[in-house]
Design a protein around this ligand. Structure first.
Ligand SMILES: C[S@@+](CC[C@H](N)C(=O)[O-])C[C@H]1O[C@@H](n2cnc3c(N)ncnc32)[C@H](O)[C@@H]1O
Length: 458
């Protein structure tokens, strides 16, 4: 009989898969919880173990380096997984030391690393001898500036610098620590009630909490959202409220004329496409949803299945979005929710901050510019284009828009903060500017960037 609690076993398996095969914790963990048939309490424990360990990995590595007196890079990766998991229980969850030590030793044996059992026991015992507060001080001793913040908040240093630069564009550099802290908070799951198919007010009357900023949002009461019949049927979907507002800023930028043609250029996995399809269906507009990666195009098809397959149903197409505009086809509204570093969604993708590097940024910025050019070419004169990223990085947001405006004299900005304020449930307090930036620490959303653009006759 295994002496390892099922929740710890599931957490250890997910951490190993995230490291070995670049698995996404937010996709793999719910599946493993279901397979292992964990009860709600154990499912919650496993979720905290996985998310907390991955988010705080940078900080725990610093503590473990001090306790083990060797760099984390010189610790066998499967052994390091077990140490990180143990550190999170001791420092982040205040689990009793004897339980953490016993089960960590079992986990390292189970990972076929029995020879490291004494090492794991010794390092975690050292960690357990000091309080979390004392480790917080020791971990940053001798560090300053971004390096100190990076360790304390468990973010890579280049991400700390990028977030500071993005806040500085609004004169809000002083909010950096609040933003970093918000990235480490477990976000409450937001749901969107698709217009015409579900009703947020009715769901509130049935006991779900109202959303924070989106008029279509309700908050899941915890547990697996798929237990709600509306979610299982695809009429209510899990979607960050910032994403909801970004899609609504486009669909509600101005009244919809029947017969309008809409394009979602980079639609996978289909969250915004489903919302746009609902908005389009209610007003007699038609949506084309395009996605490059076939598997993700499949997710878009699933997301819009609820609209049936009649002539008015959204059309899902596969291919490189950069081909749009070439054949002379024009659209009245275009969403370009561009592939990006995702630095605005670190709360919900706990491993993401460790996977991206500044090298990824250059390639993404180049791709975003090409997709923007295609979107401009495919935009009907007088149409509306929403350029959206789930990253606040200046190179992906305001600098990208500034460069597009310089390349395309026919492009004009629209007052995006006003468009977002019009659709939001409460005032967002957005500063006056052409573009709009949402923030986790201010709005409880991902850090979505939205720029509405229009095209005058060339
Ligand atoms: C930020 S995600 C879009 C999220 C989506 N709008 C939603 O709300 O669910 C960007 C998507 O662009 C896709 N993509 C990347 N390069 C592309 C290209 N050249 N053409 C079209 N799609 C692309 C990615 O596969 C990814 O699914």
């Amino acid at each position: 009989m295994s002496r390892i609690q099922p929740a710890r076993r599931v957490a250890a398996e997910v951490l190993a898969a995230v490291r070995e095969s670049d698995a996404y914790a937010n996709l793999l963990l719910p599946a493993r919880i279901r397979e292992a048939q964990l009860n709600p309490a154990d499912a919650g424990f496993a979720t905290e173990l996985v998310y907390g360990t991955l988010r705080m990995q940078g900080y725990y590595d610093r503590v473990l380096e001090l306790a083990a007196r060797r760099p984390a890079g010189r610790i066998d990766p499967p052994v390091l997984d077990v140490l990180r998991l143990g550190a999170h229980q001791l420092l982040g969850m205040r689990v009793a030391a004897h339980a953490v030590l016993d089960e960590s030793v079992e986990l390292v044996r189970r990972a076929r690393k029995s020879s490291a059992a004494g090492f794991v026991n010794g390092v975690l015992r050292t960690v357990s001898r000091e309080t979390p507060e004392s480790w917080r001080e020791r971990a940053v001793a001798g560090l300053s500036g971004s390096a100190r913040l990076a360790v304390a908040s468990s973010h890579p240093e280049w991400v700390v610098d990028a977030l500071r630069d993005a806040l500085a564009l609004e004169g809000a550099e002083g909010e950096l620590e609040a933003l970093l802290a918000a990235d480490n908070d477990a976000p409450r799951v937001a749901l969107v009630a698709l217009p015409g198919l579900a009703d947020a007010t009715r769901l509130e009357a049935e006991g779900l909490a109202p959303g924070e900023v989106s008029p279509l949002a309700v908050r899941s009461g915890g547990g697996d959202p798929a237990r709600l019949p509306e979610v299982a049927a695809g009429r209510v979907r899990v979607q960050d409220e910032g994403s909801q507002l970004a899609a609504l800023a486009l669909s509600r930028a101005r009244p919809i004329a029947a017969g309008e043609r809409w394009l979602d250029l980079c639609a996978g996995p289909g969250g915004k496409a489903a919302l746009l399809a609902a908005e389009a269906a209610a007003a007699g507009a038609h949506l084309v949803a395009n996605e490059l990666v076939p598997a993700r195009a499949g997710l878009v098809r699933n997301a819009v299945r609820v609209f049936g397959d009649g002539a008015d149903a959204p059309e899902v197409v596969e291919g490189d979005g950069r081909r749009f505009g070439e054949a002379g086809e024009r659209f009245d509204r275009i969403l370009l929710d561009a592939p990006c570093t995702g630095l605005g969604a670190l709360r919900r993708r706990p491993e993401a901050r460790w996977r991206k590097s500044p090298d990824d940024l250059a390639a993404l910025v180049a791709l975003q510019a090409q997709l923007l050019d295609a979107a401009v070419a495919a935009l009907a004169p007088g149409g509306v284009l929403a350029y959206v990223t789930c990253s606040p990085h200046p190179a992906e947001t305001r600098e990208q828009v500034r460069a597009a405006l310089a390349r395309h004299p026919e492009l004009r900005t629209l007052d995006t903060p006003a468009a977002l304020e019009r659709v939001a449930r409460r005032s967002l307090g957005l500063p006056a500017a052409d573009s709009a930036q949402l923030w986790p620490h201010r709005h409880g959303t991902d850090a979505m960037f939205v720029q509405l653009l229009t095209r005058v006759e060339a």
